[in-house]
Design a protein around this ligand. Structure first.
Ligand SMILES: [Zn+2]
Length: 295
């Protein structure tokens, strides 16, 4: 599977961090796994793009960030999960969701997600309880909601841009990408003002990608007027760490009495991973011994 690219930059004065991702392959993979409608592709794609960047910001190796949003719209819950290397996976409640386009011809992601609910950001640092924080949905367009999350929950001035461009005819993913800029403790008002001026004239990420911009050029464009240092660049992709043992551990919570009843009349239980579509089968013998190990 082809990998995408993510880059992190910092201004030399230590006031701003910028991260850009070209997430076309991730979003295309999600579209193939989940058979998403155009608006569901855009929503899940934007969310995966954001999760990958937010995952890449986690400082612990085995940390995981989960984004969940449900605004009571027809799309249902959208989930995106990323590890600390930016490798991500996701799912959407109603992948076939169809919505009329907005008046400007754009996909109505906000309408599909809805605005009556919360955006949850769950950080699991691999030790103890995960940190959960929730903010009210602003528009359901996702980039704005993530900006609002950082402002309200973490008091960090943040610029977030997310884009997914689909082919007008066959709705396949043409381009996808994102940009996340955060003020670091050294940022004063003058710096934030200059950043605001940059952002005001910044083209959409997919427009820059369409012009052939690399992730580095996107970061430099967003930080125009600042001296920029590249922190790192790495490959990211759609990845699901599921396996039969993990699924077994999930089954344990049902309790032995339920576990032995899971198989169908042919003596097989089939389960499909909601993130990658991989299928797993358990025989009645396997279920019996799993139940026995618990009692
Ligand atoms: Zn999976």
């Amino acid at each position: 599977m082809e990998q995408d690219k993510i880059m992190r930059c910092i201004t030399s004065d230590g006031s701003l961090m910028a991260m850009a991702i070209d997430s076309g392959n991730i979003v295309h993979t999600a579209q193939c796994i989940h058979h998403t409608s155009p608006v569901a592709t855009a929503a899940l794609g934007r969310f995966l793009t954001a999760a990958s960047m937010m995952g890449a910001m986690l400082k612990k190796r085995d940390a995981v960030v989960t984004l969940k949003i449900n605004g009571k719209g027809p799309l249902g819950t959208v989930t995106a999960i990323s590890d600390s290397f930016g490798n991500c996976r996701g799912s959407v409640g109603n992948p076939g969701c169809e919505m009329p386009n907005r008046a400007n011809g754009k996909l109505d992601v906000g309408g599909a997600v809805g605005t009556n609910g919360m955006l949850a950001v769950i950080r699991d640092l691999g030790q103890g309880d995960p940190y959960i924080s929730q903010t009210e949905i602003v528009s359901g367009e996702l980039a704005e909601d993530i900006t609002a999350y950082y402002a309200k929950s973490e008091q960090i001035p943040t610029v977030c841009a997310l884009g997914v461009l689909l082919d007008k005819e066959d709705h396949k993913v043409l381009l996808a990408g994102g940009l996340l800029i955060q003020a670091l403790p050294g940022a004063d008002d003058a710096i934030l003002e200059r950043l605001e001026q940059n952002v005001a004239v910044l083209e959409p990420v997919t427009t820059m990608l369409a012009k052939g911009f690399t992730v580095e050029e996107i970061c430099r464009k967003a930080l125009q007027g600042f001296e920029v240092e590249v922190l790192d660049q790495f490959d990211v992709g759609y990845a699901c760490p599921c396996n039969k043992e993990r699924l077994e551990r999930a089954l344990v919570s049902l309790g032995p009495e339920e576990i032995v009843k899971l198989a169908d009349e042919s003596g097989i239980m089939e389960a499909t991973c909601q993130y990658c579509g991989r299928r797993y089968t358990f025989t009645q013998d396997e279920l019996d011994s799993l139940a026995k190990s618990l009692s």
